[in-house]
Design a protein around this ligand. Structure first.
Ligand SMILES: Cc1cc2nc3c(=O)[nH]c(=O)nc-3n(C[C@H](O)[C@H](O)[C@H](O)COP(=O)(O)OP(=O)(O)OC[C@H]3O[C@@H](n4cnc5c(N)ncnc54)[C@H](O)[C@@H]3O)c2cc1C
Length: 295
């Protein structure tokens, strides 16, 4: 177990603490890391707590971007009027995490760096095309969240030497919307059986842009590019949405799991959830009076 617990009050101080203490690691809400430490999955001698760094806890919009501090909690993301208006898929994903206690301390960056394919807010960030700003000893690098996965539970961010400071999401503008759908066992405080986040834009009744992310159906949140291609340039009616959902289901490779159900079941449910999320997003994007569920 760690022998030192340090509080950083700035990003520079946090990085200096990591550099000065070999075997140190960042901790935010601790909802993943503390369990790993108890189960002795990680050897850490110093924890550097980043939750007292004010800039990591802010949410703002500027220059056509939404900027999310790395230590923004799920509760903050779920209740922020800015996120609810501009990035509703993220607000819905954050609201779906665990329990109020977990949401009150668990953070966006912790969800991403823990690198579980089904992590709810990470799936939404991938669908939204979020970019992580990562500060390390060599300076700052910017990497799309979708490219931060090195395998299940393995991130390309090293919390022993570097820190995600924020995420940026470019706003697409007029006619954009996003949505999130989730399948989980009743009364369970854990990762979902399936989750889907979509982002779309519509102009003149046709889809102009789309991103569809499904998990856990691969080693990392799966961006279904072929399914998005089905939508672009077309009127998003029930038939087109059903074809996009079928393409997403075809791309999904869920494993048979005693906990999460059979592969066949989850492929079928992928199609249902994608239809549901796309119908909601296009409804918002085109402000139709009636939803366009295809089932
Ligand atoms: C009961 C329970 C229920 C849960 N339910 C869900 C659920 O429904 N959906 C879901 O998605 N998750 C769920 N989780 C998992 C967890 O709450 C989330 O993954 C949470 O977002 C992790 O954030 P954290 O701040 O607690 O991370 P921590 O545990 O503090 O850290 C996780 C990892 O990220 C690293 N890290 C943290 N911040 C940074 C940073 N800024 N830069 C670089 N590295 C960093 C840490 O070093 C560590 O490796 C649940 C957990 C519990 C205990």
């Amino acid at each position: 177990m760690p022998r030192q617990y340090l509080f950083a009050t700035s990003t520079a101080e946090g990085l200096a603490m990591l550099a000065a203490n070999p075997g140190a690691r960042l901790i935010a809400g601790g909802t993943d890391l503390v369990i790993d430490l108890k189960e002795e999955k990680r050897q850490v001698n110093t924890l550097v707590d980043i939750t007292r760094i004010p800039e990591l806890k802010t949410i703002s919009a500027t220059g056509g971007q939404v900027i999310l501090g790395a230590a923004v909690t799920h509760t903050m993301a779920a209740t922020s009027p800015l996120i609810r208006e501009k990035l509703p898929a993220l607000a819905a994903a954050a609201a779906a995490v665990g329990s109020p206690q977990v949401r009150n301390v668990g953070t966006l960056a912790g969800n991403v760096v823990n690198a579980q394919p089904a992590a709810d807010t990470a799936v939404a960030l991938v669908a939204l095309g979020a970019v992580a700003i990562i500060l390390g000893p060599e300076g700052e690098r910017r990497v799309p969240v979708a490219e931060l996965y090195a395998g299940v539970g393995r991130s390309r961010v090293n919390p022993g030497r570097e820190m995600i400071t924020r995420f940026t999401v470019d706003l697409w503008g007029e006619g954009e919307a996003s949505a999130f759908a989730r399948l989980s066992p009743r009364r369970a405080l854990s990762l979902p059986l399936l989750n889907v986040a979509v982002r779309v834009q519509a102009e003149g009744g046709r889809c102009t842009r789309a991103r569809i992310c499904v998990a856990p159906v691969a080693q990392q949140p799966l961006l279904c590019e072929e399914a998005a291609t089905v939508l672009v340039g077309r009127e998003p009616d029930a038939d087109v949405i059903a074809r996009a959902a079928a393409a997403a289901s075809a791309a999904a490779r869920p494993r048979d799991s005693l906990l999460r159900g059979s592969s066949t079941y989850r492929k079928e449910m992928t199609s249902v959830l994608v239809k549901r999320a796309l119908s909601e997003a296009f409804f918002q994007a085109t402000s139709r009076k009636t939803a366009i569920y295809g089932e």
